[in-house]
Design a protein around this ligand. Structure first.
Ligand SMILES: Cc1cc2nc3c(=O)[nH]c(=O)nc-3n(C[C@H](O)[C@H](O)[C@H](O)COP(=O)(O)OP(=O)(O)OC[C@H]3O[C@@H](n4cnc5c(N)ncnc54)[C@H](O)[C@@H]3O)c2cc1C
Length: 429
């Protein structure tokens, strides 16, 4: 069981189904992929399309991790680093490659959904980031300009334009990326598994990799009912990374985030909120975010510093926040509640790891990993195919543990208190 409850809403709405038998007995493959979220599935699909024999093992069912539990917002940007910051941090040449991968990541997701007819309520209607202070509106303007200069369909929205897009006058402006949108992520994960299978990947659910054993010509993966031998191993277990690769587990901090969905909104209310059907997530660290599902519920969520009695406390907090934005939702009920775990890195950048003995993985979506996972699938494929470190879109990083990892793991959610204080403080205008 992967922590908080899974999404009954996405399960109910998903017209994609998927099931696969556990790994039984002895099997062989070129590449074993561990983890059946969008990250592992994108890698399996990319590997198969390159003609490489690939077998994917998922501990539970496809999409059981963050991939079937998130807010479904497809956003081809990072949470913290704008293009200029990426270039500064990664250097000009690598930064350019990384940004090209990131910029095309939403295209890849929506194109994959279209070419394999994945029935995931894909709405490529744009993503907007409302700015909650005048200083953040200035930042949004610069952010939009940076992306637009790179050819992305990004535009700044002043306060009236933002209000018209959002259906709320609570913000100071913002920006819009027309390449983003939203999906039912569980349906997408299931459809991606179907696509990978269609391309020849073998997939096994209920097949937790319990141990990785180095062998002379590769690896042996031990699952409860079977053993898989492979040349190379790709591990995309995200916030659910466990003792399988302990050094990887110590590079991130898993953080729980909760989701709520309203009842189906009255048509007049639904027409006023996000009339263009974009996804939206604002400039706060303690994010306010939402999109409408295909039947007209508002799917939203939040985080808690203290997890006890999560549902009623979160409902109260989210109801109050929504009432500030959309007064017509003041008394909203939330019949759906679920949550998931996000893999956070200390600098909010994703990490690629590659060991000399053929162990490859990426981790650290930092809460914005749907589009990124698709782009990283191609990076993992390139790493498997033996691309030189300097040619990869993300530089392989050493497995550096988060300092004081056991303590930070237990206390990370308290950082929310600090972030809420930062949200109340203006940035320089
Ligand atoms: C509540 C929430 C809201 C979010 N909202 C958004 C959003 O709106 N937009 C966005 O871009 N991103 C969002 N994210 C992030 C996004 O969900 C992730 O970036 C993305 O799903 C990560 O996919 P993944 O495949 O890397 O990880 P996961 O989906 O977590 O998959 C990892 C898989 O590995 C499996 N596994 C673990 N250990 C083993 C093992 N030993 N053997 C076999 N299998 C194993 C797990 O069962 C799991 O299925 C959100 C995340 C959460 C939790």
């Amino acid at each position: 069981m992967l922590g908080p409850p899974p999404s009954a809403l996405y399960t109910r709405l998903s017209r994609e189904t998927f099931s696969a038998p556990p790994l039984e007995g002895a099997a062989e493959t070129d590449v074993a992929v561990i983890g059946g979220g969008i990250g592992g599935l994108a890698a399996a699909l990319a590997l198969r399309r390159a003609g490489i024999a690939t077998t994917l093992l998922e501990a539970e069912t496809i999409g059981a991790g963050a991939s079937g539990r998130n807010n479904g917002q497809v956003i081809p940007t990072l949470t913290r680093h704008d293009p200029a910051a990426v270039l500064k941090t990664m250097g000009e040449a690598r930064g350019e490659r990384f940004l090209a991968m990131l910029q095309s990541s939403a295209d890849l997701l929506f194109d994959t959904a279209a070419s394999y007819a994945i029935d995931c309520d894909a709405a490529r209607s744009g993503w907007i980031q409302p700015a909650h202070t005048p200083g953040r509106a200035r930042l949004a303007e610069r952010r939009a300009a940076q992306w637009a200069a790179r050819g992305a369909p990004a535009e700044y929205l002043d306060a009236p334009a933002l209000a018209a897009r959002l259906g709320s006058t609570a913000y100071c402006g913002g920006w819009r990326h027309a390449g983003g949108g939203h999906i039912n992520p569980l349906a997408f994960a299931r459809g991606l598994a179907r696509a990978a299978q269609q391309e020849g990947a073998r997939i096994h659910e209920h097949s937790r990799a319990r141990r990785l054993v180095r062998e002379p010509d590769g690896w042996r993966v031990e699952a409860p009912q079977g053993v898989l031998r492979c040349r190379k191993l790709v591990v995309v277990t995200a916030a659910h990374t466990d003792a399988l690769w302990p050094r990887l587990r110590r590079t991130i901090v898993p953080v729980t985030s909760y989701q709520l969905a309203t009842d189906v909104l009255a048509p007049t209310v639904a027409a006023r909120i996000l009339p263009g059907n974009e996804a939206a997530s604002d400039t706060r660290n303690d994010l306010r975010y939402f999109h409408k599902d295909r039947e007209g519920r508002l799917v939203t969520g939040g985080a808690l510093a203290i997890q006890a009695v999560a549902r009623p406390r979160l409902e109260r907090a989210v109801r109050a926040r929504l009432a500030e934005l959309f007064p017509e939702l003041a008394g909203a009920d939330f019949p759906f509640f679920w949550g998931g775990r996000i893999a956070m890195t200390t600098d909010r950048l994703p990490r690629l790891h590659r060991t000399p003995d053929g162990l490859i993985g990426w981790i650290g979506c930092n809460g914005r990993g749907l589009a990124l996972a698709m782009g990283m699938g191609a990076v993992l494929r390139d790493a498997v195919l033996g691309a030189r470190d300097e040619d990869l879109a993300l530089a392989p990083a050493p497995l550096t543990p988060v300092p004081l990892h056991p303590l930070v793991r237990r206390t990370a959610r308290l950082a929310l208190i600090h972030y809420r204080r930062k949200d109340r403080t203006e940035v320089p205008l």
